[in-house]
Design a protein around this ligand. Sequence first.
Ligand code: FAD
Ligand code: E0Q
Length: 446
Amino acid sequence: MSAPITIVGAGLAGALLATLLARRGLNVAVIERRADPRRVGYQGGRSINLALAERGLHGLRLAGLEANVMAQAVMMRGRMIHELGADPYLQRYGRDDSEVIWSVGRGQLNLSLIEAAEAAGAQITFDAALVAVDWRQQRYRCQGSDGVIREQEFHTLIGADGAGSALRAAMQIERPNPEHFEPLGHGYKELAIPATAAGGFQIDGNALHIWPRGGYMLIALPNVDGSFTVTLFLPNSGAVSFEQLWHPMAVQAFFAQQFPDALPSLANLVADFTGHPVGMLGTLRLQNWHLDGRALLLGDAAHALVPFHGQGMNCAFEDCVALDALFSESTDLPAVYAEFQARRQPNAEAIADMALENYVEMRDAVADAHFHFIKQLERQLAERHPGRFVPRYSMISFRRVPYAEAQARGAIQANLMEQLGAGKQRLDQIDMTLADRLIEDRLAPL
Ligand code: FAD
Ligand code: E0Q
């Protein structure tokens, strides 16, 4: 058998990568800090969900898991916008139901991936947290929940151990590596809307709900059991912030004032709010993703991003597909890792930037008249030039155009729409002959 590849973390990226590489016949070992979810249930117990789009789905398809995951997914046609004091309305994500995204449970998805990895021949050791690496002896140390530390030899380590990566820290010790974490200054809190007594949805089950409120927002994604996982994104400190919401009465009053239509459905608001931690958000920019052929980072461990485009997992899965493709061409580790970074880093940077931009767009521009006019114009131009003018959201969520290219084409399109739409309020005021010429001049066929 080939020299082993040791993957740190059997989370979303680690388990998918293990599946893809083991299927290729490579010798794959995985160490995971948490206990085996098949024995103890998924840690945390709460149901947390994620938006799955084409890039992520493609990775699951290559692992043979598309049907399995889709059987547990809820279709989201668009954003249901809840403005204060108005009826909610749907902003479709795509042209029709062929362009949608999917809400999937993190626990169930991770479980399916772990089962697939083992079925493909990967050896997973649970309850084993990487704590240190001896680079000279090519040995690592991991610790179980019983406190016992074990030492193992390794040939190469791949870190899929998330934003707080222990492997990244160990690589820093061997060779200092410029690393910048930019905190967003806003955190998040997970809440829940339970299913109705009959097991149905209390609000539209086929949408991603957003309550935009300018400096902050509330969102909800549906689960197959009729419930919703709800997330409040809010500044950590300041006038309207988590810091101010330390008393249950303040929480209740805040929701009554800002989210009156959601409040009746948030059955355990105060208990959830008090019982769940405030999650941290930020962007990680790391100069070197690999240490020669000895170690490589991918997914959140290499490039944590803010969640406002729903692309962190999708991007992590795309990382796995890219690395698997490189392993199919060569097993020269230093070369494979260097090429992986060269291909993926510009794309990770692009989606990290676009995700930051989307926070501002989601929490306030959705309620702006000019924004809606530009969205209308975008739809019209996309219909007239389907081969050239593809909305940026569609390039990110429904296609696999590299993120950096989606960002560059998106900038050209945004520019063009501002030029065409400046001072206008209605589509019939747009010079479509000029629009056609600009599009053909500036956008190559996609
Ligand atoms: P993780 O999923 O964090 O997995 C890391 C794994 O490593 C875990 O299993 C962990 O236990 C293990 N581990 C950690 N340390 C060690 C150690 N020392 N030794 C061994 N194992 C270790 N993305 C989307 O695509 N769509 C969304 O809708 C979306 N919504 C999000 C909402 C929120 C609020 C947040 C915070 C993120 C969201 N994301 C979303 C992003 C997504 O969660 C991450 O990008 C994704 O989980 C990254 O996968 P990963 O495998 O790199 O890391
Ligand atoms: C999606 C799907 C956490 C989260 C996840 C998401 C999205 C958003 C807002 C958030 C972006 C969008 N979006 O609707 O434009 O498409 O995943 Cl906050």
